[in-house]
Design a protein around this ligand. Structure first.
Ligand code: BEZ
Length: 243
């Protein structure tokens, strides 16, 4: 199978029946792309391991960075029906991504990216690719190499961001272990907010236990802050880190 690069061409014109609440709503490619700068990534299936653990979450995480660099929307396309795509979005808490159910594979076929995954019982699906689309015209495409299996080398969010904003320096990942009602946790989080840093919060008793906190930090008190894989410590230590 040869995948044709569609840079310079218009995206296929397709209407996607979608389920919003209890209603059917038709979403058209014209609404999705006209007058906008859009990043699309397409993958073989909702709820599949690589798509769920890596491909989708990183696009969701970097959405605000893409926005800073002029991207209006990020679309995730898969040859799945709208009920499956909606359930996957809810499961992934991927509020920044617009899920496009290309259940008939019309868009995927139009992009020349349809592949037979009959060996897995999947039928026709999308090859993994990403693209930057401006006003409905494909400006850049990253197509995974035609190798056996399911290569995931170039259609990731970081590669796309590197194309759109080659000089952008990504913030290191920050995690705060906290507990509800803990004043020092609030102080640590405010310090990060004041420094315009994004962070993920792991709330003990909800997302993890003290056992996990002790395992990763050697401590059982909150907050515990990690920056770029390094254990910083509590709010006083975070203050010292910024000083
Ligand atoms: C995965 O995302 O890991 C995957 C995709 C398609 C088939 C099997 C696994």
């Amino acid at each position: 199978m040869e995948f044709i690069n569609k840079e310079g061409q218009k995206v296929p014109s397709v209407t996607f029946p979608t389920r919003k609440g209890d209603e059917w709503v038709n979403v058209t490619t014209d609404e999705l792309f006209a007058g906008k700068t859009v990043v699309v990534f397409s993958l073989p299936g909702a709820f599949t391991p690589t798509c769920s653990s890596t491909h989708l979450p990183r696009y969701n995480e970097l959405y605000s960075v893409f926005q800073e660099h002029g991207v209006d929307d990020i679309l995730c396309v898969s040859v799945n029906d709208t009920f499956v795509m909606n359930a996957w979005k809810a499961d992934q808490e991927a509020e920044n991504i617009t899920f496009i159910p290309d259940g008939n594979a019309e868009f995927t076929r139009g992009m020349g990216m349809a592949v037979a995954k009959d060996d897995l019982g999947f039928g026709e699906r999308s090859w993994r690719y990403s693209m930057l689309v401006k006003d409905g015209v494909v400006e850049k495409m990253f197509i995974e190499p035609n190798e056996p299996g399911d290569p995931f080398k170039v259609s990731d969010a970081d590669t796309m961001l590197g194309h759109i904003a080659p000089n952008h320096k990504l913030q290191e990942s920050i995690t705060v272990f906290s507990k509800p009602g803990c004043p020092f946790c609030a102080k640590a989080k405010q310090l990060l907010i004041d420094n315009k840093l994004q962070f993920e919060e792991i709330v003990l008793g909800q997302d993890a236990t003290t056992v996990s906190l002790r395992a990763v930090s050697g401590r059982a008190t909150v907050p515990q802050v990690f920056i770029g894989g390094k254990h910083i410590g509590g709010s006083d230590e975070l203050e010292a880190y910024f000083a």
